[in-house]
Design a binder for this molecule. Structure first.
Ligand code: GDP
Ligand code: MG
Length: 695
C-alpha cells in the first residue's frame, strides 16, 4: 500500500490547494465474513499494523471504522525518502511517529498498539457488555502515521447463526443488517472473507456481497487460512475462479494463527511466513497463475490497482478545477500589476494608461458598446423616452388651471370696458402660466441623467484602479467636479428653454390653432351654448354651472330699477350703494353665454399652443442634456483627468499602492506556483504506471 502513499498524498495536497471541500474520496475497504474467518487478521495484514483484537469466538462485536491519516509534513516534497529511512512495516509496540486516537476519547494519544487493542476491547464491552452482545454503533479509530495511505477500513463482526451469551434470538438478522449497511455503500470495496477450510458454496460473505454488488465490480474474494486445509487438499479451484466465479477473483492468504499471536510474531514475520508457505507449497508454487492469486501482498496490490483507478477517475475533474483557478489567479495578478515600478516614467505611464482606460470605458458605456442590457447609454435613453417624455405627456394644458381662473382672467383683462373680441391678453397671461409648469420636469430630467452619469463613472473604473486608493479617490473627485460643473449650464439651458418660449408667444406657429379658427370652432359648437364639456378639462377642475343662489347676488342689487318707486309717498330717500365687497368672486354669478364662449375660445387657444410648446420641450430637453451634459462630460473627461491628475510632482503620491496589495500579490503568486505544481502532479499521477511501480 505504501507505494500509493506519495501519489495519494500529493493529490491530497493538490486538492487541499484547490479548495478544502474537495476530498480525495478513496473507497472504504470493508471486510465481511463468517465469525473467526480471519477478517481482522486480513485487515491487519493490509495495514501492516497489529492493533486489532483477534481470536476465537466473537471478538469483533461493534463495527470498527479505522481511518488512516497521513501525517507527512505538508508540501510536495513528500516523504518518500523518509519512508525508506523508517521502516513502514515495523509493527513494534513503540508507535513513535505513529499514534492512534479514538473519536470517543478526543485528544488522548495512544502510543502503543497494545493499548489501542485494550481500548477497543474496553469500548466494545462498555456498550455491549462482556457476554458476547453486539452493537451496530461503530467505534472510530484514527491512526496517524507518516507511512500510511489515507484510507478508511471497516472491520465488522462476523456472521453468526446461533445466539450465544447475551445475544438476542435474531442475532443473525441483526448482524446481517449491520453488514449490509456498510457493504451497500457504493464507495466500499468488499473483501468477502471465507476460510479456505470451509466450503465457499456455503459462504455467507459471498452471498451477501452478491446481494449488494451483483456484478462483482467491487468485491474481492479472500480465502484465509490456506495453511489449515486438510493435507492433500488445496484451494486452487476456488482461486482460479472455477467454483464460485467472481469478477475480480480470489486471493488466498495465510495470516498469523493463534499460536503466532500468542508468540508475538510480528506482522512482518507473519508475511514472510506466508510467502514461504505459498512458495514451498507443492501445488501453488508450481502454477504461475495460482501464485498470482496467493498472498497478502498480492491482495494489497489488487487494492492498489483499484485505488489507482479510482484516483485516475477523479483526475480530469481535478485538472479542470486547477485550470480554472489558474485562470482566475492570473487575471487577478494582472489586475494587481507588476510591483516595483519605482521610476517616475513608468509610474506616469501606468497612471496615464489608467486615466485613459477610465475615459474610454466611460465613453463606451455611454455609446452603448457595453454588452449588458439597459446599461449606460441605454439607460439615459430610457430616462429620456420612458420617463421624461411619458410623464411630460401627462402634463395637461389646463393642469392647475380652473375654469373660474380662466373666466376671472378674461374679465380682468377686459378692464373697465367690455372688449369686442376675446381679449388676447387673457390668453397671453394664462399660456405663460402653463408653459412655466414645464420647467420642473425638465430640471428633474437633468437630475436623473446626472445620477446616471455618476453610476456610469462608477462602472468605468478599471479593475487595476483598486490597487491605487489615492488615485481612485482623486479620480472620483475630478469626475464628480466635472459632472457638477456641467450641471449648471445644463440646468440653465433647460430654464432658458422655458424662458425662450415665454419671450415670444408665437401665435403664427403653423401648428397653432389661431384666433379665428378657435372662434369658429366655438361658434360651431355654441348653438346650444353648452358649457365646456368636462371631459375636455383636466381632472380637478369642473366647469361652473349657473346656480339659483347666484341670482340673488347682492352685487347686482345696486342696479335695481324699482328701488325708488317703492316709496312714492314718503320723503325722497337718498340712494345708498351697497359697499363693494373687498374680494369679488365671479363664482357667485353664473357665466353668461358670451362669457362661456369666450372661455371656450381661450381654452382652445391654450390647449393648442401648450401642445406646440410641450412638443418642442420634449424634443429640446434631451438634446440640451446630451449637448451640455452627457457629450460634454464624455468629450472633456480624458483631458480633464490628465490635466488634473497627471502632474510630475504628484505621480508618486497618486500611484502609491494600497497596503494590502503587496500581500494580495504575494498570495496570488504563491497560489499560482502552487497550482502550477499541482498541475504537474496531476499529470505525473496520470502517467504513473501502476503495474510496473506498485509491486
Ligand atoms: P475474525 O473473527 O473474522 O475477525 O477473525 P480473526 O482475525 O479474529 O481470526 C480468528 C482466529 O483465526 C485468530 O485466532 C487468528 O489467529 C486465526 N487466523 C486467522 N487467519 C488465519 C490464517 O490464515 N491461518 C491460521 N492458522 N490462523 C488464522
Ligand atoms: Mg474480527
Amino acid at each position: 500500500m505504501e507505494q500509493l502513499i506519495p501519489i495519494a498524498s500529493k493529490l491530497q495536497d493538490v486538492l487541499g490547494a484547490v479548495g478544502q471541500n474537495t476530498q480525495l474520496d478513496l473507497p472504504q475497504i470493508v471486510v465481511v465474513g463468517g465469525q473467526s474467518s480471519g477478517k481482522s487478521s486480513v485487515l491487519e495484514g493490509i495495514v501492516g499494523r497489529s492493533f486489532l483484537p483477534r481470536g476465537t469466538g466473537i471478538v469483533t462485536r461493534r463495527p470498527l471504522i479505522l481511518t488512516l491519516v497521513n501525517t507527512r509534513t505538508p508540501g510536495y516534497e513528500h516523504s518518500q525518502e523518509s519512508s525508506e529511512n523508517q521502516d513502514p512495516n515495523s509493527d513494534s509496540d513503540d508507535v513513535g511517529v505513529e499514534w492512534g486516537e479514538f473519536v470517543h476519547m478526543p485528544g488522548r494519544k495512544f502510543h502503543s498498539f497494545q493499548q489501542i487493542r485494550v481500548e477497543i476491547v474496553r469500548e466494545t464491552d462498555r456498550l455491549t457488555g462482556s457476554n458476547k452482545g453486539i452493537s451496530n454503533d461503530p467505534i472510530s479509530l484514527k491512526i496517524y502515521s507518516p507511512h500510511v495511505l489515507a484510507l478508511t477500513l471497516v472491520d465488522l463482526p462476523g456472521i453468526t447463526k446461533v445466539p450465544v451469551g447475551d445475544q438476542p434470538e435474531n442475532i443473525e438478522e441483526q448482524i446481517q443488517e449491520m453488514l449490509l449497511e456498510f457493504i451497500s455503500n457504493p464507495n466500499a470495496i468488499i473483501l468477502a472473507v471465507t476460510a479456505a477450510n470451509t466450503d465457499v458454496a456455503n459462504s455467507d460473505a459471498l452471498r451477501m456481497a452478491k446481494a449488494v454488488d451483483p456484478y462483482g465490480n467491487r468485491t474481492i474474494g479472500v480465502l484465509t487460512k490456506c495453511d489449515l486445509m486438510d493435507p492433500g487438499t488445496d484451494a486452487s479451484d476456488v482461486l482460479l475462479n472455477r467454483v464460485y466465479p467472481l469478477r475480480r477473483g480470489y486471493i488466498g492468504t495465510v495470516n498469523r494463527g493463534q499460536k503466532d499471536i500468542n508468540e508475538d510474531l510480528s506482522i512482518r514475520d507473519g508475511l514472510s511466513k506466508e510467502e514461504q508457505f505459498f512458495s514451498n507449497h507443492p501445488v501453488y508454487s508450481t502454477d504461475r497463475n495460482l501464485m498470482e492469486k496467493c498472498g497478502t501482498k498480492i491482495l494489497a496490490k489488487n487494492l492498489n490497482n483499484i485505488l489507482m483507478h479510482h484516483i485516475r477517475d477523479v483526475l480530469p475533474d481535478v485538472k479542470n478545477r486547477i485550470t480554472t483557478m489558474m485562470t482566475d489567479v492570473t487575471l487577478e495578478l494582472d489586475a494587481l500589476g507588476v510591483p516595483g515600478q519605482k521610476s517616475r516614467n513608468t509610474l506616469g505611464g501606468t497612471l496615464l494608461g489608467l486615466l485613459s482606460k477610465f475615459a474610454t470605458n466611460f465613453a463606451s458605456i455611454i455609446d452603448g458598446k457595453a454588452l449588458v442590457e439597459l446599461f449606460g447609454g441605454a439607460r439615459i435613453n430610457y430616462i429620456f423616452n420612458d420617463i421624461f417624455s411619458t410623464s411630460l405627456m401627462t402634463v395637461g394644458p389646463f393642469d392647475g388651471l380652473t375654469d373660474e381662473e380662466v373666466r376671472t382672467t378674461i374679465t380682468n383683462a377686459m378692464g373697465t370696458r367690455r372688449a369686442l373680441f376675446v381679449p388676447e391678453i387673457a390668453f397671453d397671461i394664462l399660456i405663460r402660466r402653463q408653459i412655466a409648469r414645464l420647467e420642473s420636469p425638465g430640471i428633474e430630467c437633468v437630475d436623473l441623467v446626472y445620477e446616471e452619469l455618476q453610476r456610469i463613472a462608477g462602472q468605468s473604473e478599471p479593475k487595476e484602479l483598486n490597487r491605487f486608493p489615492f488615485l481612485r479617490e482623486r479620480l472620483c473627485d475630478v469626475v464628480s467636479n466635472l459632472l457638477k460643473r456641467c450641471m449648471s449650464p445644463t440646468q440653465m439651458m433647460v430654464e432658458n428653454l422655458v424662458k425662450i418660449e415665454l419671450a415670444y408667444i408665437n401665435t403664427s406657429h403653423p401648428d397653432f390653432i389661431g384666433g379665428a379658427r378657435a372662434v369658429a370652432a366655438v361658434t360651431n359648437r355654441s348653438v346650444n351654448l353648452q358649457p365646456i364639456r368636462t371631459s375636455e378639462l383636466p381632472e380637478g377642475s369642473t366647469s361652473e354651472t349657473p346656480t339659483s343662489q347666484a341670482t340673488n347676488s347682492q352685487f347686482f342689487n345696486a342696479e335695481g330699477e324699482n328701488e325708488g318707486e317703492q316709496t312714492p309717498y314718503g320723503p325722497p330717500t337718498i340712494v345708498h350703494l351697497p359697499s363693494v365687497p373687498t374680494t369679488m368672486k365671479q363664482t357667485d354669478i353664473p357665466p353668461s353665454d358670451r362669457e362661456l364662449s369666450e372661455m371656450h375660445v381661450i381654452k382652445s387657444l391654450i390647449e393648442s399652443y401648450f401642445k406646440v410648446v410641450r412638443k418642442t420641450f420634449i424634443d429640446m430637453v434631451p438634446k440640451t442634456i446630451m449637448f451640455f451634459l452627457v457629450n460634454h462630460v464624455k468629450d472633456a473627461l480624458q483631458n480633464e483627468l490628465v490635466s488634473e491628475l497627471y502632474r510630475e510632482s504628484e505621480v508618486e503620491t497618486l500611484m502609491k499602492e494600497a497596503d494590502d496589495v503587496a500581500q494580495r500579490r504575494q498570495n496570488c503568486e504563491e497560489m499560482r506556483d502552487l497550482l502550477g505544481k499541482a498541475l504537474e502532479i496531476v499529470n505525473e499521477v496520470r502517467d504513473f504506471n501502476t503495474f510496473s511501480q506498485v509491486e
